[in-house]
Ligand binder design. Structure first.
Ligand SMILES: C[S@@+](CC[C@H](N)C(=O)[O-])C[C@H]1O[C@@H](n2cnc3c(N)ncnc32)[C@H](O)[C@@H]1O
Ligand code: SF4
Length: 374
């Protein structure tokens, strides 16, 4: 729920090539675009630091895009600027995202010196066939090398992203990928169900029937298998798509789900601070021109939106919604407020109430259950 935490998100919108399914704010840059971006980002950090007024940063996440495509020294430069303008303690958990084939030994050294304590690698699959469909430009060996590079410099908290429900993916592919992942010395696994984003090459290929998605039944089986298999290997699910070894839940993501404050810096980055949501422009030229005055979709939360967001985010987690905390925060009576929907969900065995928490029983249908509250 409401938390005194304050997270920084720094967006690097560049990639070596564009994956077939991805509609994230990222593109393949020119050298000049990289230079202009670093300059603008540092300008935004400086102004944002003055505006944020001396808050203590509790986690940093450098995401993308692919931060590791920046030239050597750039992440160190950006982090140095962030430290100059924000209070970031050495113990603050700092995550950096990387592609397996751009996380070299040199990068690991630079990121360790820059204060990165956590690495998130997009592996997606062990299968060359699936990697090709996703247009990923690395293989499993790259992933192992990247992990070795991180460990060499004592970056031991490592997440691996995998994808489920990809066209042509079989249960065998999923089993093989998860088996390989749990053999790696990693602490956290994110297993995302494919979202078919409109206007991506992958979605177009599916629409043209050049590729076939797994059936809904198979996609559910893949997810259920992942939950059971990962649990058996010590990775406990704590959110719909996130699994961690004991003590390694992502602090940064937990802050989002707890509705803690976060400031997003960089192209297209989202923020939530002092009850206001906004997003930076996704237009590169506009951002470069005026990086600290490019906010759009500024929305002040109301009691109604704050309540809805609290319920939506909490029901994504395995812990669920803390009813007592909700009542305290909103001076409300949750069980009475949502009496009819809760009775219906309880009668159908879709949620449970235990120790003052309301939880979704089957995470695969969380979104459908959450929508019942609105
Ligand atoms: C923004 S990417 C950052 C990591 C890095 N760029 C990479 O892809 O390796 C974060 C993760 O989101 C997931 N992702 C991106 N687009 C997705 C989609 N359409 N459906 C499901 N997962 C997606 C991928 O697993 C990816 O690793
Ligand atoms: S590397 Fe990551 S951010 Fe870049 S296109 Fe692929 S999924 Fe998207």
């Amino acid at each position: 729920m409401l938390s005194p935490k304050f997270a920084l998100y720094i967006h690097i919108p560049f990639c070596i090539s564009k994956c077939s399914y991805c509609d994230f704010c990222s593109f393949v840059p020119s050298k000049k675009q990289i230079e202009d971006y670093i300059c603008a980002l540092k300008e935004e950090i400086k102004v944002a630091g003055e505006r944020a007024g001396g808050r203590l940063v509790t986690s940093v996440y450098i995401g993308g895009g692919t931060p590791s495509v920046l030239p050597d020294g750039a992440i160190a430069e950006i982090m140095e600027c962030a430290r100059e303008h924000f209070i970031i303690l050495n113990a603050c958990c700092t995550t950096i995202e990387a592609n397996p084939n751009s996380f070299t030994r040199e990068k690991a050294y630079e990121y360790m010196l820059a204060g990165c304590s956590r690495l998130s690698l997009g592996m997606q699959s062990h299968s060359p066939k699936i990697l090709k469909i996703l247009n990923r430009v690395h293989d499993f060996k790259d992933c192992k090398n990247a992990i070795e590079n991180a460990l060499h410099y004592n970056i031991k908290d490592i997440n691996i992203d995998v994808m489920l429900g990809v066209p042509e993916q079989t249960m065998r592919d999923v089993k093989e990928t998860l088996k390989k992942v749990v053999e790696l010395p990693v602490t956290h696994i994110s297993a995302y169900g494919l979202i078919c984003e409109p206007n991506t090459p992958l979605t177009r290929a599916i629409e043209k029937r050049e590729l076939a998605l797994p059936t809904d039944e198979l996609a559910v089986d893949m997810y259920d298998y992942a939950v059971e298999f990962l649990d058996k290997h010590g990775f406990k699910r704590y959110e719909i798509s996130n699994f961690a070894k004991a003590g390694f839940q992502s602090e940064h993501n937990l802050n989002y789900w707890n509705r803690g404050a976060y400031l997003g810096l960089g192209l297209g980055a989202h923020s939530f601070l002092d009850g206001i949501h906004w997003q930076n422009t996704e237009n590169f030229k506009e951002y470069i021109k005026n990086p600290s005055e490019c906010q759009k979709d500024i929305e002040h939360e109301t009691i109604k939106t704050a309540k809805e967001e609290t319920i939506m985010l909490a029901l994504r987690t395995t812990m669920g919604l803390n009813i007592e905390e909700y009542n305290r925060l909103f001076n409300a009576d949750f069980l009475n407020e949502y009496k009819s929907v809760i009775s219906l969900l309880l009668e159908n065995g879709l949620v449970e109430i235990k120790d003052n928490y309301l939880r979704v029983r089957n995470p695969y249908i969380s979104n459908a259950i959450i929508s019942e509250f609105f």
